[in-house]
Design a protein around this ligand. Structure first.
Ligand code: NAD
Length: 258
């Protein structure tokens, strides 16, 4: 499905980004993992290389225009092209609006909305020349419905769905598709840390937090696995999905169906 495709993934030292990289690699893709965390990135790349996969690591803080450009340039220098761009890097900050530091708000917007714009900007010329490209922006169900306390995350994820639609329109006649993935709760370090905070505050085990806080919100009563997200991302990156563009694809165990 993605054999020989060159994929560049931001925020790929761990969690969903790493899992996507691993899945692409297992399916014959050439993988560029990038992340702000050099140590985590080195470990992640070593793990793929030790298993014989064609992978490189490029340190890249997505808030830096120069580093994003360099990341894409190095990808093309090394592998000759860039077929798939996955704008995945993300962070979370939860606070009521009147206590939300403006600099935090701006940082989250920069990482999860401005950075996908910048990366798209730099990847588009290569993809247009190739007459082929797949861009996948990691949004969230937070891009579709509101969640109290998540002003910045929610705004960024809503915004990146808008960016996805515009990029899809501009890429359409050049063989480029652009889609947003909207996962619900996925079993990752980001979500585990949030659950751990609730568990510590309430003095109850993490499993109880899942049963009492998360499962009542999710009709399937489970966290999604990173493998499910990675599989769907690979489908969107494949030739089979060439007619799918400008969409917000939802994988949420039924959360937003309610
Ligand atoms: P994670 O915290 O496990 O991984 C995020 C990665 O992004 C980390 O490796 C981190 O170092 C990197 N990163 C942070 N700031 C960066 C920066 N400035 N430049 C480059 N890299 C940076 O998170 P995750 O759960 O794997 O989430 C990945 C994406 O999926 C995020 O965009 C998140 O919003 C989205 N998402 C996650 C869930 C979930 O349930 N985990 C649900 C919906 C959407």
């Amino acid at each position: 499905m993605v054999n020989e495709k060159v994929v560049f993934i931001t925020g790929a030292a761990r969690g969903i980004g790493f899992e996507i990289g691993e899945h692409f690699a297992m399916n014959g893709a050439k993988v560029v993992l990038s992340d702000i965390n050099q140590e985590g990135l080195d470990e992640a790349v070593d793990e793929l290389k030790d298993r014989g996969f064609d992978a490189i690591g490029i340190k890249c803080d997505v808030t830096s225009e120069e580093e994003v450009k360099a990341g894409i340039d190095k990808t093309v220098e090394h592998f000759g092209r860039i077929d798939v761009l996955i704008n995945n890097a993300g962070i979370q900050h939860v606070a009521p609006i009147e206590e939300f530091p403006i600099e935090k708000f701006e940082l989250l917007i920069k990482i999860m909305l401005t950075a996908p714009f910048i990366a798209t900007n730099f990847a588009f010329p290569h993809m247009k020349k190739q007459k082929f490209g797949r861009i996948i922006n990691m949004a969230s169900i937070n891009g579709l419905i509101g969640f109290a306390g998540k002003a910045a995350y929610n705004s960024a994820k809503h915004g990146v769905i808008g960016l996805t639609k515009v990029s899809a329109l501009e890429g359409a006649e050049h063989g480029i598709t652009v889609n947003a993935m909207c996962p619900g709760y996925v079993d990752t370090p980001l979500v585990r840390n949030q659950l751990q905070d609730i568990s510590s505050t309430r003095g109850v085990p993490l499993e109880k937090v899942l049963e009492e806080v998360i499962y009542p919100l999710v009709p399937q009563k489970r966290l999604l696995s990173v493998e499910e997200i990675a599989d769907y991302t690979m489908f969107l990156a494949s030739d089979k999905a060439k007619g799918v563009t400008g969409q917000a694809v939802v994988l949420d165990g039924g959360y937003t169906a309610q």
